[in-house]
Design a protein around this ligand. Structure first.
Ligand SMILES: [Zn+2]
Length: 380
């Protein structure tokens, strides 16, 4: 496997050890700005050995070969951009053909081990779903094609498989996996992850300002699993977490603004109301479900919809798991009950008590602009 010194490949190593594999790790020195990650990889291997887990580890020098390439991630490039992990600027951190090169070296090593020891060998990589958008060489179809090319080009390839256990997981999922494996291996979770480096722009003493996209993704993952990251941040955990959450909010708002129509934005984000008898769903009775237009949470289905004649889609009840939030709304000289999505806080409409008695007497008066319809066929 490739051990970068970051958190994903560290978790992968634990994952393999916990399932009783003999592991050979290659770390690559390719002239990365964050070369300190290689020291972290060595610290980790030492910690594992101290705890009785033997791992073969070799650091491979690729700096002269990859010195041919241009990327902000390389020491020869410009500063690594700050911002959200999924943003355009992060593309500057792509290193041309990096994973194909790493995978080739891993594959060649795996074949050599298979031939020397007469055992089957898996090439394991810690790529995960969060990487797919920016790094095309982290996508499943890339590894399928690569595996096929290697199989065609090598004798003995039937002994080699690819193992990508995190391919469909996000970074929080990887940390959950590491909670399980550290316990199984008798290791302290924080001791392990203090020995990983994710930032693309470490300070000289090996800390991070927590501002590059890779930092933010990591910080949000630790937050999602309810942990404080044991890595040393300049300014401390609270400050970097606050910054990461703020970046995430900004990024989500930007992505939402690009996707929604002006009316959908006005209704859901500014608690607006579409004009009566104008929305897409006020007069429809198709079979299917209605979800929040912003986050996709399922809110109602067609059996809960009724024709109230008010000019907006009306529902007498909500789906149990929707748990729609209710707030007191005192605007426009009235006291009304506003309803909002419990997942993303999008404004949906109001609820009144003039609904059909046989269903509890309520009427959810919802803006079509807050909803997206999923037909029965689409759901199936
Ligand atoms: Zn929502």
């Amino acid at each position: 496997m490739a051990l970068s010194g970051g958190m994903d490949s560290t978790a992968l190593l634990l994952h393999l050890l916990a399932s009783d594999h003999h592991v050979t790790c290659l770390s690559f020195d390719y002239g990365q700005q964050h070369r300190l990650e290689l020291d972290k990889a060595e610290e980790l291997i030492l910690l594992l050995r101290e705890n009785g887990h033997a791992v073969t580890h070799r650091t491979v020098d690729l700096s002269s070969a990859m010195g041919l390439f241009s990327s902000h991630l390389l020491a020869t490039g410009d500063d690594v951009p700050e911002g959200h992990y999924e943003e355009e600027a992060m593309k500057a951190t792509v290193v041309p053909n990096r994973n194909a090169i790493f995978a080739s070296l891993l594959y060649g090593t795996a074949l050599s081990i298979a031939n020397e020891t007469d055992v089957d060998v898996a090439v394991a990589l810690g790529v995960h779903s969060g990487d797919h958008a920016i790094y095309p060489d982290c996508r499943p179809e890339f590894y399928d094609a690569l595996g096929e090319a290697f199989r065609i080009g090598n004798w003995g390839a039937e002994r080699i498989t690819f193992a990508l256990p995190y391919l469909e997981m996000d970074k929080a999922g990887i940390l959950f996996d590491a909670e399980r494996t550290t316990e199984a291996l008798g290791l302290d979770f924080d001791d392990v992850f203090a020995r990983t480096l994710t930032t693309y722009a470490p300070t000289k003493d090996g800390k991070s300002h927590g501002r590059t996209g890779s930092d933010i993704e990591r910080i949000l993952a630790f937050h999602a699993v309810g942990r404080e990251d044991p890595f040393s941040y300049v300014g401390g955990w609270k400050a970097v977490l606050e910054h990461a959450l703020e970046e995430d909010r900004r990024h989500r708002a930007k992505a939402l603004a690009e996707r929604l129509t002006p009316l959908q934005w006005h209704v859901t984000q500014e608690a607006g109301t579409e004009r009566a008898f104008t929305g897409e769903f006020w007069d429809t009775s198709l079979e299917g479900s209605y979800a929040c237009v912003c986050c996709g949470k399922l809110l109602f289905d067609h059996t809960q919809k009724f024709s109230s004649g008010c000019g907006w889609p009306s529902f007498h009840t909500e789906l149990d798991r929707a748990r729609i939030h209710r707030l007191v709304d005192r605007t426009h000289g009235m006291v009304r009950t506003e309803v909002r999505c419990s997942t993303c806080d999008a404004h949906l409409g109001h609820v009144f008590d003039d609904g059909p008695r046989q269903h509890g007497g309520e009427r959810y008066c919802i803006n079509s602009a807050s909803l997206t319809f999923i037909s029965k066929e689409e759901q199936a």
